[in-house]
Design a protein around this ligand. Structure first.
Ligand code: LLP
Length: 423
């Protein structure tokens, strides 16, 4: 029943004068009072540090996977730090363009890009398209007019590597909706087709074996398969995707982006890969940079059964526990170093029993209604996968740095909920 492990909190976390959690110089209790709860609080310098690790290791081939968390402030931040941006839909592309990211620094992804999305990307002049299927090559060919500069493309390959992670987020195994399978020879056909086409310029191959992968040797295995495949092709770029795992709960340990980079580069050298190597981290850039703050609204002690602590958010701001059974920790913002002797099931406010945020949340026994409760490591795939279930308003996002709190996404309003409702 230890205090919340410090390493799960954002880098620039400190303890305030009354024992409260400070992030990026900002008092979390004051943030909750000013912006309301739930609220996503990011440590801006933590985000910048993770981008720098990626850029130090891979230079301009470090690409941020925006699906982990995207708003215009985030797009600008990662680009300022020297990263390219991976966008996987027309919507992500639109947000990146709204942030004035130069289109040549955008990479378009997706396993079923529509004709419209491809047309938007071509019109914008995105730097790279990662092609996932023959149908997509057909669509691109039909869109690229004669005489136009062909877009640079990479082919997404499925290297046949099964990473140890949740089955919903493994993608590198042969039985996958993504990419061209290496083992069946389809990948070779795709290379022949793309090389022969006047409508695309084939510049590389790509794979992404899965997400929340702790064992970095899984990536080394993928590199071996990719390297063997790519060697005779002599293509300039080889991208190994994202997927580096992060620690969410006490006891979990993960490699840093720098360590991941060193492992990948060594594995690439061992296999004799001469193409420039690229990565696409999402979670490892953003996850640990943020905490979500909630207000405790109900505490229900069921004698001999358990304690329920209900907060003012839930599966609409963090669907990961419900979707993947993901574990999280809890803390009491006003007493961050306190022993956590109470175990409570931290639940949300949605109308279903499955609406759980933390199955066995540990909190100090002094916790009471009205307290600000936090969950660390909620900076990836929380805000981005959030919903309006029960017509709950999506929370705001605040970036904290050197004592300044910058509201980068405001809380939704009832008017926002009705904005698309035509009656
Ligand atoms: N590149 C590609 C092609 C991807 O599909 C993904 C993630 C990434 C990069 C970034 O992966 P990361 O570094 O974030 O692991 N919603 C799930 C994760 C889905 C990941 C989808 N693709 C979750 O909350 O765990």
């Amino acid at each position: 029943m230890n205090p919340i492990p410090w390493y799960l909190l954002p880098d620039n976390s400190t303890v305030g004068p009354s024992g409260q959690l400070i992030i990026g110089g900002c008092d979390t209790l004051e943030l909750a009072a000013e912006f309301g709860t739930p609220v996503f609080v990011y440590d801006e310098d933590h985000l910048r540090d993770r981008c720098r690790q990626a850029v130090d290791a891979f230079g301009r081939h470090a690409t941020y996977a925006t699906k982990a968390f995207l708003c215009t402030a985030m797009a600008k931040l990662v680009h300022e730090e020297g990263m390219r941006l991976d966008v996987a839909t027309g919507g992500e592309l639109a947000v990146a363009l709204a942030a004035d990211i130069p289109p040549t620094d955008l990479v378009l992804h997706g396993n079923n890009k529509s004709r419209r999305e491809l047309a938007e990307a071509l019109d914008a002049g995105v730097g790279r398209i990662v092609v996932d299927s023959f149908e997509e090559l057909d669509r691109i060919e039909s869109l690229v007019t004669e005489g136009a500069t062909p877009p640079k493309v990479l082919l997404r390959l499925t290297p046949g590597i099964k990473a140890e992670t949740h089955e919903f987020i493994t993608t590198g195994q042969d039985d996958s909706k993504f990419g061209f399978t290496v083992s069946s020879g389809i990948a070779t056909q795709a290379v022949q087709r793309a090389s022969a086409s006047d409508s695309v310029e084939l510049i590389g191959v790509h794979c992404h074996i899965g997400s929340q992968v702790f064992q970095v040797d899984n990536f080394a295995k993928a590199l071996e398969v990719m390297g063997r495949f790519a060697e005779p092709l002599n293509l300039p770029e080889l991208v190994i995707g994202g997927g580096l795992g992060v620690a969410y709960i006490e006891g979990e340990e993960a490699a840093t982006i720098s360590q991941w980079g060193t492992t990948l580069k060594k594995a690439a050298a061992d296999v004799g890969i001469t193409s420039e190597l690229g990565i696409e981290p999402g979670r490892s850039i953003t996850a640990a940079a943020a905490v979500t703050l909630y207000e405790a609204g109900t505490i229900k002690h069921l004698e001999g059964i358990r304690t329920y602590l209900a907060v003012d958010g839930g599966m609409s701001d963090n669907p990961r526990p419900v979707l993947y059974g993901s574990g999280y920790e809890t803390f009491l913002a006003r007493d961050i170093a306190a022993e956590r002797t109470l175990t409570a099931k931290v639940v949300g406010k949605h109308c279903e029993s499955g609406d759980v945020l933390v199955r066995e949340g540990k909190l100090p026994a002094s916790v009471k209604v009205g307290d600000i409760i936090g969950t660390p490591v909620t900076g990836a795939y929380g805000h981005s996968m959030g919903s309006n279930y029960n017509k709950v308003l999506r929370p705001p996002v605040v970036f904290c740095k050197d004592g300044n709190a910058r509201l980068v996404v405001r809380r939704e309003t009832y008017d926002d909920l009705l904005a698309t409702d035509l009656g």
